[in-house]
Design a binder for this molecule. Structure first.
Ligand SMILES: Nc1ncnc2c1ncn2[C@@H]1O[C@H](COP(=O)(O)OP(=O)(O)OP(=O)(O)O)[C@@H](O)[C@H]1O
Ligand SMILES: [Mg+2]
Length: 527
């Protein structure tokens, strides 16, 4: 295999001898050679076999070599053309080179000169091909890169436009260059009004931009050149001042400030929520204090009985001691009395500590609460009131109930509110059922407080959880009990429902997730 392998030549000359000799020489050198006697058939051959090189005589009848050269270069620009001129036809040779011939040889054709010209033509062909391939590659890459860029840009634009936060960008002269849809909604100015027309100062009260930039440059809000959760106000089109939380960055180009970009979050909603929460907390506390007052009255009776018992036994013992020496029989009695005194004292202490923990204004602390303990506490605290009102208590607490994640004092407050409402609803006595069971299908603990009282009118049912809704006479009810219950139940990720038939009674159903469901633990903050 020679170097010329794979190279095809079309050789055009009107003299047959020259065609034959040249074909032989070139084929010996390894070229694939096709000959043609005139320009027209030469061009046809080029079309058919696509040679890399064409060698053409200049002087030919009909279509001369220069015409062949021009036609080849127009129709097959990749092909190299060598022209053969007679000695002394330098002007034709020059013209051929001007028409982009790769070389010229003089006739009679000297084989060494022919090979040299062919080598140069091959080199030219190869370099041009490489250049073309390279250019094509560059073009392809350029196209891909621009496509990629377009994609990135449109993605970024989308990102900016669809952001819930208002985004504002300005150049080094403070002219606004980014202003997204949220910003439009936020301030009431359209993009058209703002972009490249407004400067940053337009959105702030005087001194605002300077303060913002000073904050940006300081270390205080997330580091130099960055601003994180800085609170300020911006001015809407209608003159309103909107409280916002700003995050921002200084943009730099080769160490120089080239602009700023800011992200604004409207914090009006947040402020409202904070206010609402504070209100709720206040109502909760107010209600607690009121139920505390009612509880205290009830508890006084509850404690009075054991206390008078204790006093009686102590007085009895003192009298026995006063009468003279203590006999073994007396000691026996003393032991019995002291047992009773101890039992009654611890009962009092239990009631008082319940009341104390209930009244303490402590932040709710969530921990597993035993339902059994919760209901028993409520029963102890309300028993006397129930007895006085001639109400029979029917407790039914399923054994082995899983605990609820919650604050026992809040839960107790909720149940006491329900029990006291039930008592109020049964002025002539009745039955109060207090039950707790586990609904395994729903994986919920269900606590029911049911009475046989007057019931709730249909038109009142949808209002009973509203704060200050009451049907009670002035001085008997404020209407905060159920709204507090509702808040507490919600706090515990629970639900509350009511069923009532006027004249027959009312039942409240409280449902809570048990503590061992992972979601309950997660939602309560991973306690
Ligand atoms: N068990 C019940 N039976 C009948 N009506 C009830 C019952 N529980 C609540 N209600 C009705 O719902 C209203 C609102 O109850 P809520 O506990 O919120 O306030 P209140 O008991 O009137 O006053 P407060 O509890 O603040 O002293 C009551 O006034 C009453 O009309
Ligand atoms: Mg009430």
């Amino acid at each position: 295999m020679t170097q010329a392998n794979g190279w095809k030549i079309v050789f055009i000359d009107d003299e047959e001898d020259i065609r034959q000799i040249s074909q032989m020489t070139l084929e010996d050198a390894g070229y694939e050679v096709h000959t043609a006697p005139d320009g027209k058939s030469g061009i046809e051959l080029c079309e058919k076999i696509s040679p890399q090189i064409v060698i053409t005589d200049i002087r030919m009848p009909n279509m001369d070599g220069l015409q062949v050269l021009e036609t080849v270069k127009t129709r097959f620009p990749d092909m190299e053309v060598i022209v053969a001129t007679a000695y002394g036809e330098m002007n034709l040779a020059i013209r051929a080179l001007q028409l982009d011939a790769s070389d010229f040889i003089t006739k009679p054709i000297n084989s060494e000169a022919l090979h040299l010209a062919l080598n140069r033509a091959r080199q030219r062909y190869t370099s041009r091909k490489q250049l073309l391939d390279y250019t094509a590659l560059l073009e392809r890459e350029k196209a891909e890169t621009s496509q990629e860029l377009v994609k990135i840009l449109s993605f970024q634009k989308n990102l900016i436009e669809s952001s819930i936060d208002g985004i504002l960008g300005c150049d080094e002269e403070d002219r606004i260059v980014i202003y997204n849809r949220s910003m439009e909604r936020f301030l009431g100015y359209s993009k058209k009004e703002v972009l490249r027309k407004f400067s940053l100062s337009r959105f702030f009260a005087s001194g605002g931009p300077e303060q913002l930039k000073a904050a940006l440059k300081s270390e205080r809000y997330g580091g130099k050149g960055r601003l994180y959760l800085y609170e300020t106000e911006i001015l809407a089109k209608d003159g309103h001042r909107i409280p916002v939380q700003v995050s921002g960055t200084e943009l730099t180009d080769q160490g120089e400030t080239s602009g700023f970009v800011f992200f604004f979050r409207d914090i009006r909603e947040m402020r409202n929520l904070e206010r609402e929460m504070a209100d709720q907390a206040r109502i909760l506390h107010q209600d607690k204090m009121m139920s505390l007052g009612r509880l205290a009255a009830s508890v006084v009776h509850e404690i009075n009985n054991p206390l008078s018992g204790i006093l009686n036994y102590l007085r009895l013992m003192i009298r026995i001691l006063d009468k003279g020496p203590v006999t073994g029989e007396h000691l026996e009695k003393f032991r019995r009395y002291l047992d009773l005194v101890e039992r009654e004292t611890s009962r009092c202490s239990y009631i008082i500590s319940n009341l104390l923990s209930f009244s303490r204004k402590s932040a709710p602390s969530f921990e597993p609460v035993s339902i059994d303990e919760l209901l028993n506490r409520c029963i102890t605290l309300s028993r006397h009131k129930l007895d006085l009102s001639n109400i029979t208590l029917q407790p039914s607490i399923e054994e082995g109930l899983p605990p609820v994640l919650g604050d026992i004092n809040q839960l107790q407050q909720a149940l006491i509110n329900l029990i006291f409402n039930a008592v109020d609803a049964m002025p002539d006595g009745g039955t109060l059922s207090l039950s707790a069971r586990f609904n395994s299908k729903e994986s919920q603990i269900l606590i029911t407080v049911k009475d046989t009282g007057v019931g709730i009118r249909k038109e009142d049912l949808s209002h009973i959880f509203e704060p200050f809704f009451t049907t009670k006479k002035e001085g008997y009810g404020v209407g905060l009990g159920l709204s507090t219950v509702y808040g507490i139940v919600q706090n515990h990720k629970g639900t509350i429902d009511v069923e009532s038939t006027p004249g027959e009674g009312t039942a409240f159903f409280l449902r809570f997730p048990p503590v061992d469901t992972p979601s309950a633990i997660r939602e309560a903050g991973g306690c």
